[in-house]
Each structure stands twice: as structure tokens, then as C-alpha cells.
Write a protein that binds this ligand. Structure first.
Ligand code: PAF
Length: 296
């Protein structure tokens, strides 16, 4: 791992809008023998994203951060229009984090007229968010495949908060023989345990006060699993805890296999596992997860 030090050749952060311009930058770095990390984001950047940039800086000579609110991963009735966008604030944060390029393509650049390709990843896309957000992971897989072929990075970094997404992307990269190492970065949390997310901005004050109960429920579930409780009981108690804390609809509170998202239970866990939850506070859908590392 490289030691991170301020760059002597620090330049203003270029904001690049086209694939051709991105490739020109990356090509120039490649000619100098430099390695490249890609951090894909949808903007509305926060500490969680900055931890991904930091990991990128530690892994490669150059860091490209893409900022693109990808329409194809939002379902009908979801928050595509409302999704927070503040490109100048994002650029300031990325400058401070010493990213090398902000790649912010237009929708027309990403999806030119006549665009007709969609990548469906089976297996790990099914269940969990896949059941509640039809088409979501095909949208993610397609845009991530494009971002990877546009920037051709050595490493690409994704947050573990979207754990199922991370599994989908690992599968995509393996199945399509994409020559990139996919790294997952630990979840960054608020002081009370709430996982950092751009969607936290939607929470009203009274919802925000309840939101950390999701992490508390995950931790309680993890502890009970390690004591040998059955998956069926732990999942039921997790859902009850979210309801008691004031959450509305619960999409899932499930225990799955670490790395493959295979179903666990109904009895005690055998092998490393992850507890994953998705539930609504008002109109805001929160997701989070926790590794139960030494299960089995
Ligand atoms: O996690 C996200 O922000 C998005 O799903 C991603 C990976 C940038 C694809 O649009």
C-alpha cells in the first residue's frame, strides 16, 4: 500500500463531460506508467464517498470519481427527480480529497440515441433489493460496465453499505472478464451509528432521531446469531425491532451468506454471514448491513 502524501503537481480539479476527454486524461497517465482507481458515485457526496476516494489514493496513482445520477437504476415512483444534486459542492469536496478528475457525463453522453443494451446479472441480483426494486441492478450493472470500459481503471471502489450492489458488481466483473480489481470499502457511520447515505438528507428531524435504530437492530441480530440463535427468530426480532422504533414498511431484514448472499437458516448460522435490512422511515428508504464475521 502506498503512503499518501500531498501531490507536488496538484492541479485544479478537471470536470470532464465526455468519454473522449476522460480517455485522453487516462491515456496520458498510462503513458507515464501511472495506475488508475475509479470511484463511481451519483454525487451528493459525503464522508462515505470521501473514504472511497482516500482508498483510491492509497491504491493507485490517479483517482477518477464519476458523478452521474443514473436514470436507469431508478424505478417508476422512485426518487430520480428528487435525488440530491450539487455538482459544485461535489467538486469542492473532491478537490479537498485530492481526486484527479471528476467525470460528470451528461445523460446523452452515457446513453446516446438508440442505446439498447442492458446487462442482467443473475443470482446475487435476486432477492433483497432485487425483489423490491425491479430493474435496479440491471441499471447498476449496465452503467458500471460502461464506467469501467470508459475509464479502464486498475481498481474500482464501492461502499459496503450497498452490499448486494457490491456482490452484483463483483459477479459482473468476473463474468465479463473485466480486468479490474473490485474493492469494497467499510461503511462510514454517523456518531449514532446511522450509515452515511445521500438519502439521509430526506429525513425529517423526527425521522432522523429514529434512523439509528436500524444499526442497533442489526447489531442485536449479529450478537444473537453469534450466541447460536436461529435465523428465523433473529429475522423476526429484527423486523419487530424496526417496527417498535417507528419504521414503516420493512422490505427485508434477512441473514444471508457473506460473499454469495446465499440464504441462511432456518436454524443457527453456519459460516460467515451478513444481516441486511431495508425499511422506510416516512418516504425515505434506508438500507444497511452488518457482517457476522466468525459465524460457524
Ligand atoms: O452506489 C451508487 O452510487 C450507484 O449505484 C453507482 C455504483 C454509482 C452506479 O450508478
Amino acid at each position: 500500500m502506498r503512503v499518501i502524501s500531498p501531490r507536488m503537481d496538484a492541479q485544479p480539479l478537471p470536470i470532464v463531460r465526455t468519454v473522449a476527454a476522460l480517455r485522453a486524461h487516462v491515456g496520458a497517465w498510462r503513458e507515464r506508467g501511472q495506475t488508475v482507481a475509479l470511484v463511481p458515485t451519483m454525487g451528493a457526496l459525503h464522508e462515505g464517498h470521501l473514504s472511497l476516494v482516500k482508498m483510491g489514493r492509497a491504491q493507485a496513482d490517479r483517482v477518477v470519481v464519476s458523478v452521474f445520477v443514473n436514470p436507469t437504476q431508478f424505478g417508476r415512483g422512485e426518487d430520480f427527480e428528487a435525488y440530491p444534486r450539487d455538482e459544485m459542492a461535489d467538486a469542492d469536496l473532491l478537490r479537498g480529497a485530492q481526486a484527479d478528475i471528476m467525470y460528470a457525463p451528461t445523460p446523452e453522453e452515457m446513453y446516446p440515441a438508440g442505446f439498447s443494451t442492458s446487462i442482467t446479472v443473475g443470482g446475487v441480483s435476486e432477492g433483497l433489493c432485487g425483489d423490491f426494486r425491479p430493474g435496479h441492478f440491471a441499471g447498476v450493472a449496465t452503467v458500471v460496465a460502461k464506467l469501467l470500459t470508459q475509464s479502464v481503471p486498475d481498481v474500482a471502489i464501492f461502499g459496503e453499505k450497498d452490499y448486494q450492489q457490491l456482490m452484483v458488481i463483483r459477479r459482473l466483473v468476473r463474468d465479463l472478464d473485466l480486468a479490474v480489481e473490485v474493492l469494497g470499502a467499510p461503511i462510514v457511520r454517523e456518531r449514532d451509528g446511522l450509515a452515511r447515505s445521500s438519502r439521509n438528507a430526506y429525513l425529517a428531524a423526527e425521522e432522523r432521531a429514529k434512523a439509528a435504530a436500524m444499526y442497533a437492530a442489526l447489531k442485536a441480530a449479529g450478537a444473537r446469531l453469534l450466541e447460536g440463535a436461529s435465523v428465523t427468530d433473529v429475522e423476526a426480532q429484527g423486523r419487530a425491532a424496526l417496527t417498535a422504533a417507528g419504521f414503516g414498511a420493512i422490505d427485508y431484514f434477512e441473514v444471508r451468506g457473506e460473499g454469495d448472499l446465499a440464504r441462511r437458516g432456518p436454524g443457527p448460522i453456519k459460516g460467515p454471514s451478513r444481516v441486511l435490512a431495508a425499511a422506510f422511515l416516512g418516504r425515505t428508504r434506508l438500507i444497511d448491513n452488518l457482517a457476522v464475521a466468525n459465524g460457524g
